[in-house]
Design a protein around this ligand. Structure first.
Ligand code: NAG
Ligand code: NAG
Ligand code: NAG
Length: 314
């Protein structure tokens, strides 16, 4: 199979000379050795294309801003019913305050046939232990992690770069000033918490204790659109579970903002254990509000249809 990317690098390679071409050649060859399936804009067969296009909505509002912030009635009530919120603030007013603080724009609407942005979505599965995926993960343009998933001490297996971290108040951690804080909001209080951590720092309780402040840069903040969460649930999960997991949403987020998506740290270990690479933790993927089996099935299908590369760790 001739890959567009390899070809393009080859053209550059033969048309320039000196140290630059060595660098390019090196990058190309590293990529070709490490990856053996889908490169940017790769062709799906017609069955794959039709499966994909029944689910993927290119026009979906991915991140929230002032202009697209209005929610239609169904989206608002679906979203509001996800978590039990006893005191409900005025959504419109909260959105207004948010975008006086955070970048108010459409992120990543630069999609084009020539764009080739590569992304790694790194979950927290114990199947990363001993995988030595670190260098491969760090070689992607974006590295999207979620919740507390640490890198320090685990670099060889999970890499050290984090361009985006998807969190909600109850899962938030310090992320420094070079990582995009991507809020996954499940309720209006989550939006108020986001404002609070950069201003008054007064919110430290939702249904549990939450951090009243974290180390992050407010100019790097983006907020997933409630309508995006509903779209992932309706279109990709066809209503399975109560709502999609953070990991699953992150994969679909990557499909929308990247041209090539590699997925790491999802699913069980080779012994069938569902745990985390950084802590002793056993879980059942179907416990709680998510349908782990169905989510896993969709992720496998995306892999089989060459729309993502799934690295299982074994
Ligand atoms: C995105 O948001 C805008 C503004 O609210 C809305 O008009 C448009 O229909 C939304 N797009 C989709 C695909 O729902
Ligand atoms: C929702 O929260 C309120 C106030 O905290 C509580 O009284 C109520 O029992 C909760 N309902 C559910 C279904 O959890
Ligand atoms: C919320 O605030 C907006 C703008 O200030 C206002 O127009 C709207 O009526 C308020 N909604 C409710 C339910 O109070």
């Amino acid at each position: 199979m001739i890959r567009k990317r390899t070809l393009r690098h080859f053209i550059v390679f033969v048309s320039v000379s000196g140290p630059i071409c060595i660098v390019l050649f090196h990058q190309t060859s590293t990529r070709s050795f490490l990856k053996d399936s889908c490169m940017c804009n790769c062709a799906m067969d017609s069955e794959g294309r039709s499966w994909f296009s029944q689910r993927y909505k290119p026009s979906a509002n991915v991140t929230l801003n002032r202009k697209n912030g209005l929610l239609d009635f169904h989206t608002y009530w679906w979203w509001k019913s996800l978590q039990n919120e006893s005191v409900v603030a005025n959504y419109t007013q909260v959105v207004e305050v948010m975008f006086s603080l955070f970048p108010d724009k459409d992120h990543y609407t630069d999609s084009s046939p020539s764009r080739c942005r590569t992304c790694a979505v790194v979950g927290n599965s114990g199947n990363l232990v001993g995988s030595r995926y670190g260098a491969l993960i760090d070689s992607q343009d974006f590295v999207i992690r979620m919740n507390e998933g640490p890198t320090k001490g685990f670099e060889r297996d999970v890499g050290s770069k984090t361009t985006h971290r998807v969190i909600y108040p109850e899962s938030a951690v310090d992320m420094g000033v070079t990582t995009h804080l991507v809020l996954l909001p499940f309720k209006i209080l989550d939006l108020q918490w986001l404002i609070s951590i950069f201003t008054t720092k007064h919110i430290d309780l939702t249904y549990m204790y939450v951090k009243p402040s974290i180390i992050a840069d407010r100019n790097m903040v983006m907020i997933l659109h409630p309508a995006f969460i509903k779209y992932v649930y309706d279109s990709w999960l066809q209503g399975h579970g109560e709502y999609p997991s953070t990991g699953f949403i992150s994969v679909i987020f990557a499909l929308h903002v990247c041209d090539e998506v590699s997925v790491f740290g999802f699913g069980p270990t080779k012994d069938g254990v569902w745990d985390h690479y950084f802590e002793d933790f056993k879980s059942d993927p179907n416990e709680g509000p998510h349908d782990g089996d169905f989510e896993g099935k969709v992720i496998s299908q995306l892999h089989q249809k060459h729309r993502i590369m799934l690295y299982k760790g074994w």
